[in-house]
Design a protein around this ligand. Structure first.
Ligand code: FAD
Length: 391
């Protein structure tokens, strides 16, 4: 399966696009390029998650908002995804004493949706595959590519290597992007990466008497100033609870008893819902995971390559906009392709010009919300202000 833009599969009419990374943004992007009639080859290092028993990823569920929905709508995927999402109309703040106070997200009737990451990824891959001009190549890890020739080298899961070229390379290979590595070698490429001191750990809250253990249509938050826990509902009536805390605090907890003591001190109302035994066990199942914020510019190299999603702008998760902004990247790129007649010489710089300020703003807002969610949300003034906002 080796070809280049000169081969028969790439006629002068049909541009061949290599989408590197078949995560959320790569899979959606494949739909966008396929819909406009390009030949799409998607390369994903993992095996096909639709066949995998265990899907490794970051969070189990995610908040899908207006920005992401608009991008899904354009390729006819909005309803399919929304129908499997759970509306969250408000935050539900859990005080230390166990009092619960709702703070709406917006005006009456506005909400964000809790969606299952694995299901969303699977649906988008299936939608991409339904286009006859798309081919999904799993078990293909990008090792390297050349800015001069555009040739990409992949390592296949059988250990063999292959080299291909395409008219355009679209790097959607996540926060540690292999595509972006080549950008770093170019002059006038700006790049910064920041790890925050907090890590995150996911815990599952099982259903209670066959129903959700807490009110389902809320994003639950236990703000405790220097750290916090949140919980998003899942279709199987579980909640995924995510504890965000400085790594040094995680490291202090080494025994099941210490876990219980910690939860008793800071999240006492959650203990009966999570279950003492499960809590003592699950806390040590996986180590806390790091969170990185990546900002860079430009998002393109010549007329050959562009990066989108976390590859271009990994953000901390506190604004719930990483995936949503990545989805919007696909929509914005598509609009520019229309405006500039698919001329990559013009489209790529224009995409950078339009998109960099917006994605950088999202990264800054996410950093700001890192403090807002765990601390400001706790203050009486915040609750009062939000109360006023909704009138
Ligand atoms: P990824 O999802 O990382 O996908 C990249 C893909 O590229 C992967 O499939 C990977 O296997 C593949 N790949 C990597 N390297 C290679 C290679 N060399 N060759 C081929 N393939 C490769 N966002 C929201 O909008 N709402 C939320 O509520 C939200 N919650 C979050 C909670 C947590 C705890 C975290 C960590 C993130 C959250 N995010 C949220 C952010 C969201 O997860 C990311 O923005 C989103 O996953 C980015 O999608 P992506 O496709 O760009 O990258």
């Amino acid at each position: 399966m080796e070809y280049s833009p000169g081969d028969s599969r790439s006629t002068s009419k049909r541009k061949v696009i290599a989408v590197v990374g078949g995560g959320l943004v790569g899979a959606l992007n494949a739909c966008y390029f396929a819909k406009r009639g390009c030949g799409v080859e998607l390369f994903e290092s993992r095996e096909d998650i639709r066949q995998a028993k265990i899907v490794r990823g970051r969070s189990i569920n995610l908040a899908l908002s207006h920005r992401g929905r608009q991008a899904l709508k354009h390729v006819g995927m909005e309803e399919k995804i929304v129908s499997k999402g759970i509306p969250m109309n408000a935050r539900m703040i859990h005080s230390l004493e166990g009092k619960r106070s709702p703070i709406p997200y917006g005006k009456k009737g506005q909400y964000i949706l809790s969606v299952d990451r694995a299901n969303l990824n699977k649906e988008l891959l299936t939608a991409a595959e339904e286009y006859p001009n798309t081919k999904l190549n799993f078990g293909h890890k990008l090792l390297d590519w050349s800015i001069e020739s555009g040739a990409m080298t992949f390592l296949r899961s059988d250990g063999t290597k292959m080299e291909i070229k395409a008219d355009l390379i679209v790097g959607c290979d996540g926060a540690f992007s292999a595509i972006r590595k080549q950008f770093l070698r170019q002059s006038r490429f700006n790049y910064s990466q920041t790890y925050i001191p907090h890590g995150y750990m996911e815990l599952t809250m099982p259903p209670k008497n066959g129903d959700f253990a807490m009110e389902p249509n809320f994003l639950h938050i236990w703000p405790r100033n220097s750290f916090m826990m949140i919980a998003l509902p899942n279709l199987d009536k579980t909640f995924t609870c995510t504890l965000f805390m400085p790594f040094e605090e995680f490291e202090k907890i080494t025994t099941g008893e210490q876990v219980l003591e910690f939860f008793q001190t800071y999240f006492p109302d959650s203990i009966p819902l999570l279950g003492e035994d499960a809590l003592k066990r699950d806390f040590f199942r996986l180590p806390a995971q790091a969170m990185v914020s990546v900002k860079c510019s430009p998002y393109h190299m010549g007329n050959k390559c562009v990066i989108m999603g976390d590859a271009a702008h990994a953000v901390v998760p506190f604004y719930g906009q990483g995936m949503n902004a990545g989805f919007e990247d696909c929509l914005v790129f598509n609009e520019i392709m229309d405006q500039l007649n698919e001329d990559f010489n013009a489209v790529l710089p224009e995409y950078t010009r339009i998109r960099v300020p917006d994605d950088h703003a999202i990264a800054d807002l996410a950093m700001y919300n890192y403090i807002e969610m765990r601390a400001h949300v706790n203050s009486k003034w915040f609750i009062f202000r939000k109360y006023l906002d909704n009138f």
